[in-house]
Design a protein around this ligand. Structure first.
Ligand SMILES: Cc1ncc(COP(=O)(O)O)c(C=O)c1O
Length: 379
């Protein structure tokens, strides 16, 4: 192949520069301005459910602020899905709290509700108190089993932070990912469903909570004519320039999601007769993944090869692919954290690979990728 095929490259609509130019022309080159408000409005409309959105400098910042707003602090424990990117858990440590990792279920690949309840009960036995929050992720755009997660969280009255960094446009039982929990998080990093070059958003339950998020995101400055600070603040607001990119991207988010879903169906069709390789598809019709990254599991006994041989082969042929997230309970930095395991995420890590899925991935690229996977299996 004479070009390289990437997992998910940023793709511009052409409208972005109009908003950026406007920002320059009006000298709103600052972490506030009309693009920030406009982008927030677009996001609120997109996710619906009466939520309020605060545009921030990253998804990680949004997770951090969610924990700040929930009052997570020193001595607290926060349950976190183990099978996710480190950014889901790092902010727990920023707050001086301890992450407690819970394994995944095989259907959605996200937090196992059964194990979640086991973990809550065991932490109560061990520490005498409830975990302060639950961080659940929708990996690769696939929704977690949110009806069960919310039922359990509700029964113990533990707030949920939904890490929907990868799940913009996904829904569970018809409801947008990011709108189930007390707080939801989106990421607009360069490789996400839409990008602001770097950025994120916090989905809030009320206007008052949104105002509080903005307060903490802008150094927690109290309303005095001089600089008065009564809380520790952060510099987490999105700039008006980045928000201009976001407004342009909102004009193509629908077509981006549709394209990712199209790639999933084509991969599924072409992999249907391939023994030993399974594609991560919606487990039931309650799930509506955005298929941000299409992911496969390679069973080495049945496939006659493993995920890493396929990764190396594809790389040689000009195709980027990537192992699945290494579960956080296996990360050296979290080696002391309590964990509740069932072997599911470790198996995924040993067998899984993400395949190109973004707006620049064409049908012929997917045919080429599947043919090369088949070639690798025959080697
Ligand atoms: C699951 C998950 N959580 C959180 C993040 C953090 O988002 P950001 O890179 O915008 O800080 C990412 C992506 O980078 C992610 O994939």
């Amino acid at each position: 192949m004479d070009k390289r095929v990437y997992l998910c490259l940023a793709h511009m609509s052409g409208q972005e520069q109009k908003y950026i130019k406007e920002a320059f022309d009006t000298n709103w080159v600052a972490p506030l301005g009309p693009n920030v408000a406009g982008f927030e409005q677009d996001l609120e409309q997109f996710i619906g459910n009466g939520k309020y959105v605060s545009a921030l400098s990253s998804g990680t910042a949004a997770i951090h602020l969610a924990l700040v707003l929930l009052g997570v602090g020193k001595g607290d424990e926060v349950i976190c899905q183990s099978f996710t990117f480190a950014a889901s858990a790092n902010p727990i440590v920023y707050q001086g709290a301890t992450p407690v990792f819970v394994d995944s279920e095989p259907e959605s690949w996200n937090i196992s509700p059964e194990l979640l309840e086991e973990a809550i009960q065991d932490r109560m036995r061990v520490t005498g108190k409830l975990p302060k929050a639950i961080v659940v992720a929708h990996l690769y755009g696939m929704p977690a089993r949110m009806d069960a997660v919310m039922e359990i969280a509700g029964r113990y009255d533990i707030p949920v932070v939904e890490d929907a960094a990868e799940a913009m446009g996904s829904s569970f039982a018809g409801k947008s990912c990011g709108t189930f929990g007390t707080y939801g998080v989106l990421s607009f990093n360069g490789n996400k469903m839409i990008t602001t070059s770097g950025g994120g958003a916090l989905i809030c339950p009320s206007e008052e909570k949104k105002k509080r998020a903005v307060f903490y995101a802008t150094q927690a400055r109290e309303p005095f004519p001089y600089y008065q600070h009564e809380h520790i603040g952060y510099n987490y607001r999105m700039s008006n320039i980045c928000a201009g990119i976001g407004r342009g991207q909102m004009t193509v988010v629908g077509s981006h999601v549709a394209h990712h879903r199209h790639t999933a169906h084509l991969y599924s069709e072409l992999l249907a007769d391939v023994e030993g390789i399974s594609l991560h598809m919606n487990p039931t019709d309650k799930y509506d993944s955005n298929y941000w990254l299409n992911a496969i599991l390679v069973n080495p006994e049945k496939a006659g090869t493993d995920y890493d041989a396929i990764r190396l082969h594809l790389d040689e042929k000009g195709v980027e692919s990537r192992p699945l997230w290494k579960p956080l309970h296996l990360q050296p930095v979290f080696s002391d954290a309590p964990k509740y395991l069932n072997g599911v995420s470790e198996k995924f890590f040993e067998q899984g690979l993400c395949l190109p899925s973004g707006p620049y991935v064409k049908d012929e690229d997917i045919h080429f990728i599947i043919n090369e996977i088949k070639t690798c299996m025959k080697k």
